[in-house]
Design a protein around this ligand. Structure first.
Ligand code: PMV
Length: 365
């Protein structure tokens, strides 16, 4: 047998929901009960963790490889092998394989025909440079990156919108992560989910002075997965129906208007939607607590800052975890925010501050 390996690598920054998706109408196909809007500006989010102090950009990198020498599909996440037997991975792999095309690499003497993809196995190595399953949308970046890398490897011709319906079957939030900028996940109403995909509302360049800072409050894995949490909310919360029917449809329209660069409106809607999502969690039986005391302190702190300025400078939003995603209206505010965060949440004494320069222009360029 000929020895060859063909590879493709993709990198996807995480996508931050400003209007949250919470609740499925179909758990297998992952169909949402409401539309949702996420954003990924031109600059990848910065991450600072309070302890230990880390500052980095925030993304998933995935390499996929195919070879006749591989005997089964395998995957490693952050260097540790994990099972691919779950329905989400199986659905994504099946969908991509069914769309694969001929691939030829003359230099390496490789020719794979469309029909061969069913028999060939893939190896997947994925790396998150941020805490996994800690409410930082690791699955959003992960599945989007995986689907995109596999599509490149297998010469799938579908556009990002179509690929988003595949990534969606890995994780709902991944549906929004194939595009940069502001992205809307359309609810759709077909049973097969073919009309539940994402569209780009504005690209990365449209609002290129926004800066996202992620304050990592805890890197512990969340106690209630988003899948379980959503299921319990849909089954027990009285508030979720009001949110789905009366609130989110309005907010989607308002957010679409606001992303024409009206920061105060984006901030108000983002904060209100995060708070309402956590209110639904509290209204769930048993109640789900994703935020902790530090998260609440960050909210109070941002609210006070915004009020004292008379107009919002920073927006906050929290996914299924205690870590704060902070959106600063420009780089100047981002620098102030970093300084203020470190003032209110001082790093432990043994932290090497030389490796961390506050407000260093190079990180905000
Ligand atoms: O896609 P999942 O199953 O990781 O759920 C994500 C849910 C939230 O992050 C809380 C909201 C969102 O829209 O990303």
């Amino acid at each position: 047998q000929k020895k060859w390996v063909l590879m493709a690598t993709a990198q996807t920054p995480t996508n931050i929901a400003v209007i949250k998706y919470w609740g499925k109408r179909d758990e297998t196909l992952i169909l949402t009960i409401t539309a949702a809007i996420g954003m990924r500006p031109w600059f990848y989010p910065l991450m600072i963790s309070v302890s230990p102090l880390i500052q980095t950009t925030f993304c998933t990198t995935t390499t996929v490889a195919v070879s006749p020498l591989f005997h089964q599909d395998r995957m490693w996440l952050n260097g540790k092998e994990m099972s691919l037997s779950g329905i989400r991975y199986q659905n994504c792999l099946r969908e991509i394989r069914s769309r694969a095309n001929d691939v030829e690499d003359e230099k390496k003497g490789i020719k794979i025909e469309k029909k061969d993809w069913e028999k060939l196995h893939v190896h997947i190595a994925s790396y998150n440079n941020f805490p996994t399953a800690a409410g930082l949308a690791s699955s959003a970046a992960g599945f989007a990156c995986l689907v995109f890398a596999l599509a490149k490897l297998m010469n799938v011709k579908d556009d990002e919108g179509k690929l988003s319906t595949i990534a969606r079957q890995g994780s709902g939030s991944a549906c929004r992560s194939l595009f940069g900028g502001f992205v809307k996940w359309i609810t759709g109403n077909k049973e097969d989910g073919s009309d539940s995909f994402s569209v780009q509302l504005a690209d990365e360049k449209h609002w290129d002075d926004l800066v996202i800072i992620i304050a990592v409050v805890s890197s512990r894995q969340k106690e209630t997965s988003s899948t379980t949490g959503m299921r319990e909310s849909v089954e027990t919360s009285m508030f979720i129906e009001h949110r789905a029917k009366d609130v989110v449809p309005q907010r989607i329209i308002q957010m679409e208007e606001a992303i024409t660069r009206d920061f105060p409106s984006v901030a108000r809607l983002t904060c209100a939607d995060s708070n309402q999502f956590h209110a639904v969690c509290l209204d769930t039986c048993p109640p789900i607590f994703y935020m902790n005391d530090t998260s609440h302190r960050i909210i109070s702190y941002v609210e006070k800052w915004n009020r004292s300025e008379g107009t919002p400078q920073v927006a906050y939003t929290f996914d299924a975890g205690p870590n704060a995603v902070l959106i600063a209206r420009n780089r100047n505010i981002a620098t102030q925010l970093l300084q203020r965060l470190l003032f209110y949440f001082p790093p432990p004494l043994d932290t090497d501050l030389n490796s961390y320069v506050l407000g260093d222009a190079s990180i905000l360029k």
